[in-house]
Design a protein around this ligand. Structure first.
Ligand code: ACO
Length: 311
């Protein structure tokens, strides 16, 4: 690249200022952002499925309305993120094709089944809690449109997290059977939630570069630790046990020690071999195909409007 452009880019990053769509940026920076933002957008859209399955089975009108709102928020997050990817020159239709063909990833967490209504609460508490830990620092990401999209997303995620915790508090005040449902959901979602933060730092090929570019602000292991430290007191208050015999407070470190997630399981799920991968993609593919007429109608309408305006 011409030297002044590279220098200007480096100085912008060094001074914690934002890179904007029209600024010159290295190819690698653009590619990394498109990869991460697209994966993030896909996660929001695929993430509508596990909870969406419970909308028709919610135990009350109030819970149904809350769940509806939450799943709609996730669609909205996906749309802001696809828009952020478009500012980098990515094409939204192409990104969707890549997702459906398995050429682009989405978060491992959404490949696990939701077996009871307690799962809706635990997803709010763990999965949205993990999302907050991971995403609050992304509000300071070096790429302007991504960082700004994250501000609103994080506000909504914190509402999602609270609704999950409140749902679980209600169930814990219920019957013995309801408390058992909550504990069972906690047991199933704990380890996959820790895996959301990605592989351990020494096995994370992208981290060093993304941190140097200030796209990522903290390493995968730092954020995982933050999540564990935040969640342990919440579990105590709720009255559930986190399924990790190695979990204990380490006075010296000022953090909780915890066991090692099954990294082979994470690799398998990322590669497409998790409990629900095939089902999630199949569902996304049919929603896309069944929506073809809407896209055609919208395109025809836009063309008509443009022709009218040109007259
Ligand atoms: N699920 C699926 N893929 C993952 C996961 C995961 N939990 N963790 C890591 N990976 C992938 C990475 O995308 C990368 O693949 P790629 O190089 O083919 O793109 C590979 O595994 C190696 O991992 P890292 O080098 O650690 O990758 P990266 O630096 O991108 O860090 C992380 C991964 C932490 C997920 C990062 O991309 C990120 O912060 N993304 C934004 C947040 C996000 O996407 N959240 C989605 C779930 S939250 C929600 O939607 C509610």
């Amino acid at each position: 690249p011409p030297e002044p452009l590279q220098e200007h880019f480096d100085a912008t990053i060094a001074h914690d200022r934002r890179i904007e769509p029209r600024d010159w940026m290295p190819d690698g920076y653009r590619k990394t952002l498109i990869r991460q933002i697209a994966q993030h957008a896909h996660s929001e859209i695929i993430g509508m499925q596990p909870e969406g399955e419970w909308i028709t089975r919610a135990p009350s009108l109030r819970r149904k309305a809350i769940l509806f709102a939450k799943v709609q928020d996730e669609a909205g997050h996906g749309l802001y993120l696809y828009s952020a990817a478009e500012t980098l020159g990515a094409d939204r239709a192409d990104l969707t094709e890549r997702l459906i063909e398995g050429r682009q990833k989405y978060s491992s967490i959404f490949n696990y089944p939701t077996l009871s209504f307690a799962d809706v609460g635990v997803i709010g508490w763990f999965v949205d809690g993990a999302a907050i830990c991971n995403q609050v620092p992304l509000c300071r990401s070096s790429y302007g449109p991504y960082a700004r999209a994250m501000v609103r997303i994080c506000k909504e995620e914190s509402f999602h997290q609270r609704q999950g915790y409140e749902l679980l508090m209600t169930m814990m005040r219920g019957t013995e059977a309801q408390r058992a449902m909550v504990q069972d959901a906690v047991d199933r979602w704990w380890w996959p939630s820790l895996m959301m933060f990605g592989p351990p730092d020494d096995a994370s090929p992208n981290s060093a570069r993304s941190m140097a570019w200030k796209i990522k602000r903290h390493s995968n292991d730092e954020l995982r630790q933050r999540f564990v430290d935040m969640t342990v007191p919440q579990a105590e208050k709720l009255g559930v046990t986190l399924p990790d015999p190695e979990l204990r407070w380490n006075e010296e470190r000022g953090h909780h020690d915890f066991g090692t997630p099954d990294w082979e399981e994470l690799t398998r799920v990322i590669k497409g071999d998790g409990p629900c991968n095939a089902q999630r993609i199949q569902r996304r593919r049919s929603a896309h195909e069944e929506g073809a007429w809407v896209r055609e109608a919208a395109t025809a309408h836009a063309a008509k409007q443009a022709a009218r305006a040109a007259k």
